[in-house]
Design a binder for this molecule. Structure first.
Ligand code: PLP
Length: 287
């Protein structure tokens, strides 16, 4: 396996960064997760736009322009002979001294990893997930916008730890007002009376690229889509619930905090949307 690091491709065993990298010391950096389906990098431009916007927001200069970066991502997938891949693109502030000040870091570090990845075991895509809601809150959008996909993922990690403790594969976090925000690394949708609901970005959810793709696809298919805040009660009484994300793709949720959704099986709308999504991913990207 080849990793892009410090301007070149190195073997996985040799892909090491300095302990003085501020990505390591402070979580100072941004990242993206991108998928390739049958050689096509799905929504690559959207991911690159989000990466550069995240970087701009935290005043991080990426040492490549977007055209060069697009090429590097494509090259990393090719170099590893992958057709179906998950690509992790990380830009950290780079090597500095022990102080917080990013001015001590002269150049950002760009790392690109491409490998095969299945976030959840295959059978969970057939059976659907059991999830729980947890105490960890999404960081407040007015403090650090969830639109910034930064290397500070501690609250998402705490969500995952709470999921692990509950013995379930994923969990839901609320915002400080108690409205449902998102999962540890995925967005949530409800289906109720043929209408799709997903929390708006201002609630504290990352406006996921998969989320946007599902909204567009569902609009084309004639669903009504409402981006509005909702509570756990609305999740419990939904006809169907599903999660979306680059890593998760689309996956049904069949139990939330012990409340059974759709008799404990993935629902028909979720299955239809999942099928349409799988058709689309093969065409909508960069080869
Ligand atoms: N929410 C969080 C916190 C994430 O990290 C991700 C993954 O990127 C998502 C949602 C889903 O976003 P996307 O569909 O762009 O992968």
């Amino acid at each position: 396996q080849w990793i892009f690091l410090s301007g070149e491709f190195v073997r996985k065993e040799d892909a090491k960064i300095s302990v003085y990298d501020h990505g390591f010391l402070y979580g100072d950096g941004v990242f993206e997760g991108i998928r390739a389906y049958d050689g096509v990098l799905y929504k690559l431009d959207e991911h690159l736009l989000r990466l550069y916007e995240s970087a701009k927001s935290i005043m991080l200069d990426i040492p490549y322009d977007v055209v060069e970066m697009r090429e590097l991502v494509v090259d990393t997938v090719r170099k590893n002979d992958l057709r179906d891949a998950y690509v992790r693109l990380v830009v950290s502030r780079g090597v500095g001294n022990l102080g917080l000040d990013p001015n001590s870091c002269s150049t950002a570090q760009v790392v690109i990893i491409a490998e095969e990845l299945a976030l959840f075991p295959k059978e969970l895509y057939e059976t659907g997930l059991e999830i729980v809601s947890v105490a960890t809150r999404r960081n407040r959008p007015d403090v650090l916008s969830p639109k910034v996909k930064s290397l500070n993922y501690l609250n998402n990690i705490l969500v995952k730890i709470e999921a692990n403790l509950a013995g379930v594969p994923e969990a839901l976090m609320m915002n400080n007002e108690g409205f449902v925000a998102e999962g540890s690394g995925d967005n949530i949708f409800l289906v109720k009376n043929k209408t799709l609901y997903t929390p708006p970005g201002y609630v504290g959810a990352l406006e996921g690229i998969t989320r946007q793709a599902i909204i567009e696809l569902a609009e084309e298919e004639g669903y009504v889509i409402k981006q509005e805040p909702f509570t756990r009660h609305d999740v419990y009484v939904a006809d169907e619930v599903f999660l979306t994300g680059t890593a998760a793709e689309v996956i049904a949720v069949v139990k939330v905090d012990g409340r059974v959704i759709n008799d404990g099986k993935p629902g028909p709308e979720t299955e239809y949307i999942t099928e349409r999504f799988r058709d689309k991913v093969k065409t909508d990207g960069t080869s």
